[in-house]
Design a protein around this ligand. Structure first.
Ligand code: ADP
Ligand code: MG
Length: 300
């Protein structure tokens, strides 16, 4: 197990930013940590990376306690904070050399060169960090996070504020780096999760509301499904409303109807048609986008 959080709480004064949070992340997984602003994502990540203490519960990284074994945990974890504080007056190479020094790496020069190559900073390596675009600054941030070869990478909103091209590049880079590491990345962009994550943990107001693959979360019972049906004849709205699981029916034109219901209501609609000798000419379920699923689960 790479990360194991059990019944974690974090209070800022009276306010519980984390309220009984538990989850596990297996070695090699890329997990998306999703939630609206203020949900507790950064707080959880700061605890995992030993930057702030939890109020209660247990948090382990590679079997090591984040408080009792914090030095060992820091060696195993690479962290890209949300608003990555870079030294804008330092040169890219100089900065990465400085970070390598903090970790006491022996082969500093080689390691810095490897990092520059890995994150695609060759052309920018002799520039000041302050002269780089946001996308390239994030590359510096990623290089700094992996320079000591951590097993676990914690990336707090690594793509926020990037333009569409930079976004694609950084995602690809995370996917490449993630091939050999455990990655937990926070985001509020759903497509990001679909693009790179094996699993999604959704947090709302300090509580976990979903923890599954994106596909399974889309099919959750709490998530309303929309089904489009065309019958061969007129049917009454009242009859349709009585189908098990149906929450709403809307006639769009002629004999075409839109149903919403809990879970997959297609079998119930098929049964209805059979029992009432009505033919179904077409029926399709509208796949929910992760965006819609997220809105339903977090009430935003
Ligand atoms: P997210 O990263 O999901 O946007 P955060 O973990 O930053 O959420 O914040 C969770 C909650 O804790 C928010 O309500 C936020 O205002 C509060 N919070 C975060 N950091 C502090 C702090 N240092 N002092 C007081 N409240 C904080
Ligand atoms: Mg945050």
């Amino acid at each position: 197990m790479s990360i194991e959080v059990k019944n974690a709480f974090k209070y800022y004064g009276e306010q519980a930013a984390l309220n009984d949070v538990s989850f596990k992340i297996n070695s090699g997984e890329i997990v998306g940590f999703l939630g609206p602003n203020g949900a507790g994502k950064s707080t959880m990540m700061k605890i995992i990376t030993c930057f702030i203490p939890k109020s209660a519960g247990s948090v382990e990284v590679c079997g090591l306690d984040v408080e009792k074994d914090s030095i060992a945990v820091r060696r195993k974890v690479g962290y890209l904070p949300e608003h990555n504080p870079l030294y804008l007056d330092m040169y890219v190479k100089e900065y990465l050399g400085f970070v390598a020094g903090i970790y006491g790496l022996k082969n500093k020069k080689e390691r810095v060169a490897e990092m520059i190559e890995m994150v695609g900073l060759q052309k920018e390596q002799n520039k000041k960090i302050g002269a780089l675009s946001k996308g390239y600054r994030q590359r510096v941030g990623l290089a700094q996070a992996i320079i000591h070869e951590p097993e676990v990478l914690i990336l707090d909103e690594p793509t926020s504020g990037l333009d569409p091209n930079q976004l694609v590049d950084i995602r690809q880079l995370i996917l490449n780096i993630g091939k050999t590491k455990t990655v937990m990345l926070s985001t509020h962009i759903m497509q990001e999760v679909e693009a790179i994550c094996d699993r999604v943990i959704i947090i709302k107001e300090g509580k976990i509301v979903a923890d599954d693959t994106a596909k399974h979360i889309q099919q959750k019972d709490e998530v309303k499904q929309t089904v489009l049906v065309e019958f061969d004849q007129e049917v009454s709205r009242n009859q349709l409303r009585q189908i098990v699981g149906v929450k709403s029916v809307k006639q769009i034109e002629g004999n075409k109807w839109i149903f919403t219901g809990e879970g997959d209501i297609r079998p119930a609609i098929a049964k209805f048609s059979q029992q009432n000798s009505v033919l179904v000419l077409a029926m399709s379920i509208a796949e929910k986008s992760m965006e819609e699923v997220f809105k339903e689960l977090t009430g935003n």
